[in-house]
Design a protein around this ligand. Sequence first.
Ligand code: ZN
Length: 392
Amino acid sequence: MKKKIRNTIFLISFFALAIIAYSLVSSNNAKQYLEEERKKVENIILELERENGDNLLIQKKQIENQFVNLVYETETGRHISYFVNATNGNLLELEDIIKQEQINNFKEKVKELTTLKYPKFISDVLNSGTCTLAYEIRDTDLLIYFSDFQINPIPKENLTLQIDYNEIKDFVNFPVHLNEEYENENRYHYDSSKKTIALTFDDGPNGQKTKKLVELLNQNKMHATFFMVGNRMSSEKNTVLEVLKNGNEIGSHSYNHQNLTRLKKEELLEEENLTNQIYKDITGNDLKLLRPPYGNINSLMKENLNYVFINWNIDTEDWRYRNVDHIFNEVITKVKDGDIILMHDLYDTTIEAVEKLLPELYVNGYQVVTITELANLKGKNLEYGQVYRSIK
Ligand code: ZN
């Protein structure tokens, strides 16, 4: 009996030792295996670093134990990115870091935000699927760099899209930090640190020509101020509303385009009250800005008309030179931050010039906005009775 117990104890101890020995060997194997994998990942990264020896390293960042994100900029300004699987060194595709079933939603979101950020002549190309995209995984947002595009006129800045993780948290396959104060993107933002000018169109509203200008401004994320003649506004309510609905501004250009400096006080007041009443009947609001016909202003007007007077410092003389290149060059060769530019929504040559001009202004770093937006961006109050030719 005792012998049997001894045998049992012996057997149990034998198996226990065998298990311990086995687990020691296998944990060593596992360690060795992990070590080999780690080396493999390191080697792949070293190889990528060698390949990009002439390029500028923008980022090398490990995302948890999932992957390493590398971003490079070439001498010509192209951007390249890599995702290296952190456990086996395999190169990953975008599809591996975005949830498979959300990949289309992700791509749609990128298109939507690109369309919101850039004028149409740029976003159409960026969204066409013909560019190279590089991805930088940052703390609270994803930065996309666009390369290899053909856009005319050529943008001078890097084309990028910064997407807060709040916009794509359901689509990504890696853990993200969420910025809790973030509000979802739904509009274009003007930037007070950028060069900004105001385009102004006199003598309208003028039906399809005015509406075409509104469309061109929309496509380029720009606004303008339309100085309208009272007796034309009354027969073009739709045009007035269309101009305002798209973020533009309307000012008075008198009731019937008279030289206001020839009027008596009572005539002046009547002329402007009539124009304001027509505008108010259409929109429910009062006019605040006045561009007197021919830019003529006298002290009687300043003392009696409760308006901010807006003249200009660049005159395209588009009524005299019905020539697209002349109008285009007048603006492009003279334009500076804070300028107010005079045109008329009367001529096809003006519209064609504006179509060419807006993208060119954009790539030269100009924002084009209304008079009121220009004043706000420059931190200036528009004062009644004052005359402005530019707002710096
Ligand atoms: Zn005029």
